[in-house]
Design a protein around this ligand. Structure first.
Ligand code: PEP
Ligand code: MN
Length: 348
């Protein structure tokens, strides 16, 4: 059985009536499920463009009426909720900064009490699964039934490949705890850069996510917010066309596939960690070379080795497994360091 992902697309923020309507018009020519825009933008620092505010509510309504799109926006306080309910929006979402604050989540969820509107909850900015699940529970406690979650990645101090580290494991753990809750991915905020959006979207599909929220703008380079990560409606349609939606029924058992995917994710992390470890070994190699010291320092290695084996025993890994593993890692470190010693061209 192949499942079509739910697609939510639209600009990061509502900038002008023309921008909202032009984006909506282009998006309406393809298949999307919801048109999004941020009406009130939670900017990290003051002074940046903060969305057009209340006036944009009517632009969104106009987009719905003219192009037959369902509309949604982010709500960050009870006033936002009141405004969108009054206008009859089809869905709302809670942003990452709000999810990180239980007081805010409590207020928003209370203001939606007794209202039957779908709510999407983005992960908090910090990598805290309990906080994310806690937000879901607060909405459930206030009677909201139609809840989905959006994985948009987690803040990091030093940005590397991604603007927000995906930490896929957290989303997979959430899926384990809330197996029936639709899980969407927001590759725009994870990547921060448009050329990475496809790969993240494909990975989300391979991990059985139920949909994608992708920031889409009629003129991405001119966008007033998040311009590097926005794509045009045409690019969105090309991306969706290219996505491989693998059959979800082709495996003997879905549960086994979930486990397999989790293992793949952990293996990927292991490789990243091993690479980091080898890099440090090489740095040590260069340092020792500069100081004219030998590579192998027996007592230091023996102590580290025993600590590692004991740590492994503490968590019920076998002594034999741990000692083989760390000997192998150590051998490889020595090989790397030896190369530095032997290479006369090595600079540092
Ligand atoms: C957004 O979707 O435009 C947004 C502000 O996202 P996040 O809450 O994930 O930063
Ligand atoms: Mn954005």
């Amino acid at each position: 059985m192949q499942v079509t992902p739910k697609i939510i697309a639209g600009p990061c923020s509502a900038e002008s009536r023309e921008q909202v309507l032009s984006t909506a018009k282009q998006l309406a020519s393809g298949r999307i499920d919801f048109f999004r825009s941020g009406i009130w933008k939670p900017r990290t620092r003051p002074g940046a463009f903060e969305g057009a505010g209340n006036v944009a509510l009517d632009w969104m309504l106009e987009a719905r009426d003219k192009y037959g799109l369902k509309i949604c926006t982010e709500v960050a306080n009870p006033e936002h909720v009141e405004a969108v309910l009054k206008k009859g929006f089809d869905m709302v979402w809670v942003g990452a900064r709000s999810t990180a604050n239980p007081f805010t989540v409590q207020e928003i969820s209370e203001s939606l009490k007794g209202v039957d509107i779908p709510v999407m909850i983005k992960n908090p900015t910090n990598p805290d699964l309990k906080l994310w699940i806690g937000a879901v529970e607060r909405f459930q406690n206030n009677g909201i039934r139609d809840i989905s979650v959006i994985h948009r990645g987690f803040s990091v101090y030093e940005k590397q490949r991604y603007r927000n580290n995906p930490n896929w494991q957290i989303a997979l753990d959430l899926k384990k705890e809330l197996p029936n809750m639709p899980l969407l991915c927001d590759p725009s905020h994870i990547s921060g850069r448009r050329h990475l959006i496809f790969d993240i979207s494909q990975k989300a599909m391979d991990l059985h996510y139920d949909g994608l929220m992708i920031e889409t703008h009629c003129n991405p380079d001119k966008a007033l917010t998040d311009s590097k990560q926005q794509i045009s409606p045409k690019e969105l349609f090309e991306l969706l066309e290219k996505l491989k939606l693998r059959s979800r029924g082709e495996f003997m058992d879905d549960q086994l596939r979930e486990f397999r995917l989790e293992l793949n994710e952990i293996d990927r992390n292991l490789i990243d960690l091993l690479k980091k470890r080898m890099d440090i070994s090489e740095q040590i190699g260069s340092y020792k070379k500069d100081l004219n010291r030998i590579i192998f320092q027996k007592s230091i290695w023996e102590k580290a080795f025993m600590d590692n084996v004991n740590n492994a025993l503490d968590v019920n890994l076998s002594e034999e497994f741990a000692s083989q593993l760390f000997k192998l890692i150590h051998q490889e470190s020595i090989v790397k360091q030896s190369k530095i010693f032997l290479n006369p061209d090595e600079e540092d």
